[in-house]
Write a protein that binds this ligand. Structure first.
Ligand code: PLP
Length: 390
């Protein structure tokens, strides 16, 4: 126990330092604070990282990106969009922004990724799209999902908030080989941090064009062009009631440093995950799925599930880890347990509609998994977990 009861290992410690600080200072000195050359540079560097096949649209958050992608792909009132229950509420709320209905389905019991059988079973004549979430950073089987979507004429928007960098069978998540659009989050706790930020990727030029217009007030040119192109700055046209979702150069400058550091940060997260497997494998826990041999896991989250033989409940485990100075978290309390989503579906019965999520919901705990953790931190985490579970 720490003397003042403070957490000495925070659940999500951002891996940022002097380089990021210097990049922000340089942006401030440049005098260009909002979307401009920094945002454009981030977009083109992110595009290269993903293999150069997609257009990249930087935005203020993944939530904004999901909203824009759904809008650009034509989701509207009376449409249904299938989402997993094992996710953050943003995945489903954006469907409501457009007056459409999220149809919330169960997950695979091993990976906690959306169940593709459940997707097929949920398709109706109103179904227009599906939003798979690569939970924790483990890619969904996109080839199989694409085949299902093609049989029913559905669009696919990947929620890749956890999945950078990740790949399956040679396709990076975000290269959109099997989807219409992919959305990333650069929120403070995610693998690539800007504080707040996000990006949409797509291979569809019309979708990219619509998002570019809608992320900035429905103006048919972005700010950068407005001030630097030969066209006069007052010459622009508003073509739709758009949004204010453009990413600032201040945030982009942090992201550019993080992107350069990604291979090293990812290796570090992989090494920490490997230590958790090695040092917790004999405990009464279900460890996370590593995925098929062709998968590269982003290792955004390391979610353990307490088995029946564990000596403590999930709540006790979290409390006793906190007493040992170690922050943990829960990903997720599934959507079907939350008041708002329940109120839309009064007929829900978790046991019949969400057997796998319901079974995992009382057992899941996320251990810290930041590339900023030291080897000593990891030792403290695994030995505390072993003591609590002993
Ligand atoms: C964090 C998260 C989001 C939202 O990301 P923001 O950038 O904060 O909007 C969406 N989906 C999932 C699965 C997330 O974890």
């Amino acid at each position: 126990m720490t003397s003042n009861g403070a957490l000495t290992i925070a659940f999500a410690r951002p891996d940022i330092g002097e380089e990021e600080l210097e990049a922000v200072a340089e942006t401030i000195r440049s005098g260009w604070l909002t979307s401009g050359p920094g945002m454009e540079a981030f977009e083109s560097e992110f595009r290269s990282y993903l293999g150069g096949q997609v257009e990249v649209l930087a935005v203020q958050s993944a939530t904004a990106g999901l909203h824009l992608a759904l809008e650009a792909l034509g989701i509207g009132p009376s449409d249904e969009v299938i989402v997993p229950t094992w996710t953050f509420t943003a995945t489903a709320e954006v469907v409501r922004y457009l007056g459409a209905t999220p149809v919330i389905v169960d997950v695979d019991p091993d990976t906690l990724n959306i169940s593709l059988d459940a997707v097929e079973a949920a398709i109706t004549p109103h179904t227009k799209g599906v939003i798979p979430v690569h939970f924790g950073g483990l890619p969904v089987d996109m080839r199989r999902l694409r085949a299902i979507a093609d049989r029913h004429g559905l669009v696919i928007i990947e929620d890749a908030a956890h999945a950078f960098p990740a790949s399956l069978d040679g396709n990076m998540v975000g290269d959109c080989a099997h989807s219409d659009a992919t959305v990333f989050s650069f929120y403070a706790t995610k693998p690539l941090v800007m504080g707040e930020g996000g990006a949409v990727t797509t291979r569809l030029p019309e979708v990219a064009r619509r998002i570019r217009v809608m992320r900035l007030h429905g103006i048919d040119r972005d700010v950068f062009n407005r001030f630097t192109a030969a066209v006069r700055s007052w010459q622009y046209d508003v073509v739709a009631p758009g949004f204010k979702y453009n990413l600032s150069d201040l945030h982009a400058s942090i992201g550019r440093v993080q992107l350069r550091r990604t291979p090293v940060m990812h290796d570090r997260r992989r090494a920490i995950a490997k230590r958790y497997f090695d040092e917790l494998g004999d405990m009464p826990l279900m460890l996370p799925a590593e995925g098929p041999s062709g998968a590269t896991h982003a290792w955004h989250l390391f979610v353990i599930r307490l088995l029946d033989q564990a000596s403590v409940s999930r709540g006790e485990f979290i409390d006793r880890m906190a007493e040992a100075g170690i922050g943990t978290s829960v990903h997720y309390r599934p959507l079907h347990e939350h008041s708002y989503w329940k109120s839309l579906h009064p007929q829900w019965n978790p046991g019949t509609h969400y057997p796998h999520a319901a079974a995992a919901a009382s057992r899941a705990v996320s251990l810290p998994l930041s590339s900023a953790l030291t080897d000593d931190d990891v030792t403290r985490i695994t030995s505390a977990a072993r003591t609590v579970l002993a």
